[in-house]
Design a binder for this molecule. Structure first.
Ligand SMILES: *Cc1c(COP(=O)(O)O)cnc(C)c1O
Length: 655
């Protein structure tokens, strides 16, 4: 792939596109000022020309400028994400259309909490959500069943919170309806015509999202048919039976047969899941970690066992989370297995769980799987651009996204957008109705009936945040219009970085051969995406602790630290740890044998501190900068990095 294609996409690590950026920004800044002036131009400007001569005015302007100098000086210590020598965390240069879209929109300062405060950018946000939903294969055609919906958040963390917040709200709803029916002597029915009154708690807790939505539609219709006064009274009674009103303690007290719910995540899940359990009051002990296999992907067999354990303990499974691109290893969980296992669990165990995919990192790779008509490309079509990617498992995972319930994806990661921009995408927009929060000042007696369909322009009613930047929505909107999310356009960008990762993968084994007798280098697991880890062991060493100490010393050279000026760094990387407790014996055994370690030194519980360790310290590389394969300096950045790594390792061995 010719990386020159990407020249107009970014400001550039050297600021190569500075003039274009400046011209465009200046043009639209002036345009903004004209806009300000054209609203009641007959008014006299409140800031008078004379006032601008006052000493107070001049002093304040001088102070502002002085502070900006200080800020600008301080910012020189920032991390140079835009440079191909930065291969650490999930950051790179950001797309020029996104950055300009964000800056220009910030001048207008729209607030996407509601369309009233952002008549333009709320629509853009919903369209960005639709484009992301389409990229994942969710349906947007109202004639075709349930319709997806998505919106932006400050990041992946909040999008993850939102999934559990909504899932809980949906999951416990049927119990509230049943109880309301019992108190008011009304026979509420589900979508199959079954009376909720005669359904068991287990069955009510194991309906699908679409089934619960149908319960709500039926319930609202039944109440509506009872006339205005009765309606108001009963809708209130229903609200009072819900877990959101009762709080966990009273709700569980009322439903004595209910046990605490569980949420299942892979052992590799992002730490925001633990935070989510704490914040929602579900309790972090109810977050069950599913072991991973040798490729650091969720093990479906282990998941099955945990689901059966939950059933045997009469626990509701609120959600199973699959990760599409783990934060530490870039690995892709077998989403299709999570989906098929659900079918099986419904059939054999009457156990139904909601599926959320944490695709904060890997979500945008879906663009590589979509053609220009937004159809899923075949495995062969996708594979044609790569050597290994995507393996059958990875392909199936992307293809199965359409069968999940909701997805987190971060525009500010592989979407190459500025911070802070995450997104939450739901397969069925009517999930919103369960969390709706009407603000007092928008309440309108004319619209007294609660409708199952959300009024999405009132975004703030359905999300975790309130006021939020319309500028972030505009950024993604502009970028997606310049580079639509398919393989022919935006997809070329992540695709090129996956190619770079494949090259890196081979070069590591070449380097390992070259260093034979001095050090062993391995990639602990084949990369599923464009994130790749590297374990290094000095020849002859059998101790995990010694390996870790050595790799830490290597890492010192590519680590950002306060004591070394940033400009002295050749490259900047990151690290992670593979914990022994998260992998099974055979995986640990195989890692040790590849590295030449004594497996007795890689342990869950450390007894001999100087020899053993409970984790493998590895270098972690996020290869998202497209110019890593640029060779204008005679060799690519990737090659320069590998040479640097080789020299560093040799120097440390000789010490
Ligand atoms: C980055 C990441 C998150 C958190 O997203 P933020 O945007 O940092 O809040 C969650 N899950 C995964 C898999 C991630 O990679």
């Amino acid at each position: 792939m010719d990386i020159r294609l990407f020249s107009p996409y970014f400001l550039g690590s050297y600021g190569e596109n500075n003039h274009e950026f400046e011209d465009i920004f200046l043009e639209f800044f002036r345009d903004h000022v004209y806009w300000r002036r054209s609203f009641h131009p007959e008014d006299l400007p409140p800031i008078s020309i004379l006032e601008k001569q006052s000493s107070h005015y001049l002093e304040t302007m001088a102070k502002t400028k002085q502070e900006l100098h200080k800020l600008s000086a301080a910012l020189k210590q920032s991390v140079p994400f835009s440079n191909p020598r930065y291969i650490g965390h999930m950051a790179s240069d950001v797309l020029l259309p996104g950055m300009l879209g964000q800056f220009i929109t910030a001048l207008y300062n729209p607030n996407n909490v509601t369309e009233e405060a952002a008549p333009v950018t709320v629509k853009m946000e919903l369209e960005v959500g639709n484009n992301l939903a389409a990229m994942f294969g969710y349906n947007l055609d109202p004639n075709n069943g349930s319709v997806a919906w998505g919106h932006l958040t400050s990041g992946g963390t909040v999008a993850n919170y939102q999934s559990l917040w909504m899932f809980r709200s949906v999951k416990y709803y049927p119990l509230a309806v049943k109880r309301c029916g019992e108190l008011a002597d009304i026979d509420f029915i589900d979508g199959k015509g079954r009376s909720l009154h005669y359904m068991s708690t287990w069955d009510l807790m194991n309906l699908s999202i679409d089934e619960v939505i149908q319960v709500r539609v039926n319930c609202l219709n039944q109440l509506k048919a009872m006339g205005d006064d009765k309606y108001d009274e009963l809708i209130q009674l229903l609200r009072e039976q819900r877990i959101e009103h009762q709080g966990h303690i009273d709700f569980f007290e009322q439903h004595k047969e209910l046990k605490q719910p569980v949420v299942l995540v892979p052992a590799t899940a992002h730490y925001s899941w633990v935070k989510a359990m704490k914040i929602l009051g579900i309790g972090s002990k109810n977050l069950w970690h599913v072991p991973t296999d040798e490729k650091m992907r969720l093990d479906p067999e282990a998941l099955r066992l945990l689901l059966l354990k939950a059933k045997s303990e009469n626990r509701t499974v609120l959600a199973v989370i699959g990760v599409l691109g783990t934060t530490e290893f870039g690995t892709v969980d077998p989403i299709s297995d999570i989906v098929t296992l659900r079918e099986e669990m419904i059939r054999d165990e009457s156990l139904n769980y909601y599926i959320h995919i944490d695709a904060a990192w890997g979500g945008y790779l879906s663009s590589v799987f979509r053609n220009e008509e937004n159809n899923l490309r075949s495995h062969d079509e996708v594979k044609a651009g790569f050597e290994h990617f995507p393996s059958a498992k990875v392909y199936d995972a992307f293809a199965a996204l359409k069968d999940t319930d909701s997805i987190t994806v971060d525009p500010h990661k592989l979407g190459y957008m500025p911070y802070g921009s995450g997104a939450f995408i739901a397969r069925n927009k009517n999930m919103c109705g369960f969390v709706v929060q009407e603000a007092a000042y928008v309440f309108d007696k004319k619209n007294r009936f609660v409708e199952p369909e959300p009024k999405l322009n009132q975004l703030g009613q359905y999300i975790m945040e309130g006021s939020k930047p319309g500028a972030a929505a505009a950024a993604s909107y502009v970028a997606q219009n310049v580079l639509p999310l398919n393989a022919e356009q935006f997809g070329k960008l992540p695709a090129s970085t996956i190619r770079t990762t494949e090259v890196f993968y081979h070069k590591i084994s070449e380097l390992s051969d070259k260093l034979k007798g001095k050090a062993t280098l391995i990639t602990p697991m084949e990369p599923d995406t464009n994130l790749i880890c590297l374990a290094i062991n000095p020849a002859g060493n059998t101790s995990t602790r010694v390996l870790n100490d050595f790799t830490r010393k290597v890492f010192e050279h590519i680590k950002i630290e306060k004591t070394t000026p940033l400009f002295n760094k050749e490259f900047i990387g990151s690290y992670t740890s593979i914990f022994r407790k998260n992998i099974d014996d055979s995986v640990a055994q195989s890692l040790c044998s590849k590295l030449g370690l004594d497996s007795g030194s890689f342990v869950t519980d450390i007894e001999k501190a100087e020899y053993q360790d409970n984790a493998l310290f590895v270098l972690r590389h996020t290869l998202m900068n497209p110019w890593l394969s640029d060779d204008k300096n005679g060799e690519t950045y990737l090659d320069m990095y590998l040479t640097y790594l080789e020299e560093t390792i040799l120097r440390l061995i000789e010490q």
